[in-house]
Design a protein around this ligand. Structure first.
Ligand SMILES: Nc1ncnc2c1ncn2[C@@H]1O[C@H](COP(=O)(O)OP(=O)(O)O)[C@@H](O)[C@H]1O
Ligand SMILES: [Mg+2]
Length: 394
């Protein structure tokens, strides 16, 4: 008898895909009960054990079956073959904002979501401050969550889930939506969970996030288990194998993503001219030139900035800023205008991405989008990255 927290044994999961093209009433009647479908095996004979007190990751490319497996573990889906044995009370955080009601305030959603996850009102009352404290959205707790950014959604949802006091916590990709500081907080929480004898199962396709938080990894590819074992070793081999998502463009820049839409160029514009250097305090417009090889509905464009020495300074995307791009096809431009660039002199990297509405699927990510030089302007301050225009008095 194994004492693993979760035992996955010979699990297969099939989805039926129905072909309903050219569906008319007449065709439907003529076809009567003969349904036209194809079987698609999202998981095939997957087996491994998740040890108690471990932080365990499921990794694999988009569509490899990670979420399907996590849903089977969470009992949201039933496998078509095989068994899953769980030892301990579970809580799951499977999608951004699942269990949240957009019109309700953050406060009401904590109660709603908490009760969906099995907490009583008294339990939520007593944990409320701690939930909100961990999430870091105190200031917005009485606003409807439809005004929240995806990062805020995730922080609040994650905070509720960890306060359910689960022995087994299941978390799908969502953490990737949070910023670096929040991911660090989650990693800390996971090691606290581990010390308390709890088990965490996380899903991700982001290797850097997992490297810092996991003990063991199971790697899925096209619904099959490639290998399972010690995190760093498996992640290393996964990364080597998954270079197919990575390509180098004609200018030698590295892109990452599935490629249905790509960032062709990132252009820095100030005062109507293309520039590579601006002064502190000047206006800067960052233009993303893209090509969508097919029609894509509701894409999300993002920008981020790092200092030359790798400090993550800024990120901004069209979804969080409520700039809805209804669809793209062919080439086009989107731009983000920064009225005053509050950076001290230095050298910075601008990254650009185009992702899907959930922000989990990356069409293209260009790390070396542009290099931005900042030279002395106004205000002049003494050091660091930011120009906050501090004023002294006494
Ligand atoms: N409800 C569903 N009906 C049909 N196909 C599905 C369904 N859910 C997932 N799939 C398919 O199963 C495969 C695995 O999906 P998923 O588990 O979401 O992958 P991952 O989380 O690794 O990206 C994908 O090809 C996906 O399109
Ligand atoms: Mg998934």
């Amino acid at each position: 008898m194994s004492d693993a927290a979760i035992t996955v044994d010979g699990v297969s999961k099939r989805f039926r895909i129905y072909h309903e093209r050219n569906q008319s009433l007449k065709a439907a009647v003529m076809r009567r009960r003969r349904s036209v479908h194809e079987d698609f095996w999202a998981l095939r004979d997957v087996g491994f054990e998740i040890p108690q007190q471990s932080t365990f990751a499921l990794i694999g490319d988009n569509g490899s079956g990670k979420s399907t497996l996590l849903k089977c573990i969470a009992k949201i889906l039933t496998p078509d073959a095989g068994t899953i044995t769980r030892r301990g009370r579970m809580a799951a955080l499977l999608e951004v904002g699942s269990g949240f009601h957009p019109e309700l305030s953050g406060r009401d959603n904590v109660y709603l979501n908490g009760s969906i996850l099995g907490m009583t009102k008294q339990e939520i009352d007593s944990k409320f401050d701690s939930i909100v404290g961990f999430s870091g959205v105190e200031q917005f707790i009485d606003q409807p969550v439809k005004n929240y950014s995806s990062g805020m959604y995730v922080r609040l949802g994650f905070s509720v889930a960890i306060h359910v006091d689960p022995e087994i916590l299941l978390v799908d990709e969502v953490l990737a939506v949070g910023d670096a500081a929040f991911q660090e907080k989650c990693a800390e929480k996971f090691s606290e969970f581990r010390r308390e004898g709890r088990t965490v199962v996380v899903v991700s396709h982001s290797v850097p996030t997992l490297r810092t938080m996991c003990d063991q990894v199971a790697w899925l590819s096209h619904g099959e288990l490639v290998e399972t074992g010690e995190a760093n070793a498996v992640l290393e081999r996964y990364q080597d194998a998954s270079r197919t998502d990575v390509r180098t463009d004609e200018r030698g820049r590295v892109h990452w993503g599935s490629g249905e839409a790509v960032v062709d160029d990132v252009e820095l514009v100030s005062d109507g001219r293309r520039v590579d250097t601006v002064r502190t305090g000047e206006e800067l417009t960052i233009r993303i030139h893209y090509t969508a090889r097919q029609r894509i509905e509701r894409p999300v464009f993002g920008l981020a900035m790092e200092s030359h020495d790798g400090v993550y300074l800024w990120a901004n995307n069209t979804k969080d800023l409520h700039f809805e791009v209804d669809q793209i096809e062919g080439t086009g431009v989107v731009e983000c205008r920064i009225p005053r660039l509050m950076l001290q002199p230095g050298s910075f990297h601008v990254m650009a991405s185009v992702v899907d509405q959930s922000t989990l699927h990356v069409f293209d990510y260009l790390r070396e989008g542009a290099r931005l030089g900042v030279v002395t302007g106004v205000p002049v301050e003494s050091g660091g990255y930011l120009a906050l225009d501090g004023r002294w008095s006494r």
